[in-house]
Ligand binder design. Sequence first.
Ligand code: SF4
Ligand code: FES
Length: 339
Amino acid sequence: MKVTIDGHELEVEPGTTILQAARMMGGESVPPAMCYYSKLKGSGGKCRACLVEVSKGSEADPRPMPKLMASCVTGVMDGMEVKSITSEKVLDARKSVTEFLLINHPLDCPVCDQAGECDLQNLSFKHGKSQTRYIEEKRTFEPEDIGDKIQLHMNRCILCYRCVMTADQLTDERVHGVVNRGDHSQISTCISKAIDNEFSGNMIDVCPVGALTDKTFRFKSRVWFNKPFNAHRNCPTCSGKTTVWMFGNEIQRVTARKDVYHEVEEFICNSCRFDHKEVSDWTIEGPRKFEKDSVINQNNYTRPLIPVTIQTEDHILKGREEDRKKISMKDIPLTPKNS
Ligand code: SF4
Ligand code: FES
């Protein structure tokens, strides 16, 4: 079947969605996705970040579709013409969706472990406005303990359902899901049970925001200070292919390997993720490659480093020296003599 996206024509198999077709093509026309996850059956259709304009329905019925369509759940028809970044309406809608997602999401990036690899941060950077029209109080939740390995920050959740699908499709005994409805919807466990099974850690990797984070890595480092290497080990439970995030010679975090769309390539077990943090546990293959626009890429050590001299450092140190004198030496008056 033929489909044209932003003026580029390509051939796809029947059953392909517009988002999948755009990803085959690559580049700027690929719509952002906050809930769709190609590795999870039934994902998508929740966040509306991936809206596109269908300016021609198909060869058989060329009428445009009357409203913007969620590209992750709309199948391609033969002869379809789609506008993604070439449509003003789409760009406007993406701005509105971003604003909507941020209505209840706290702006706590400076203290959030997901900062630097957060899909919502990237979406806001590209499509967000620098101000908000929302004056009401943000929705907040009581902190809830869901076990010793995963931290739940419900205030940050955008209800994409990815973690619920991961638990459904990867583990035998799912104990968590979305409870309540509408504005009160929240991720929770059944009667505060701990999430405890061999593949539960993958929920951390699929979460597009900082709602589910790794307790063994929390507050250890900003992700852009870590150097990620692809590594593997002989694991009886999963493929053992991971990315290890290093600070000096220390492995601070282990995650699954992710592709350019931040999707896990292969899900990994909790033993690889949480229990193997010694360099001797792993065969290091080499630096992980990054997508071009990643914040982590700013610290890309695969490029030669250019040394810089930071002038301010001297001034800061001088200031500290003055403070130190004032605090520790009684004979230095705190106020100037002739004041
Ligand atoms: S906790 Fe994360 S993965 Fe789960 S629904 Fe919320 S945002 Fe999605
Ligand atoms: S990615 Fe399509 S609706 Fe969320």
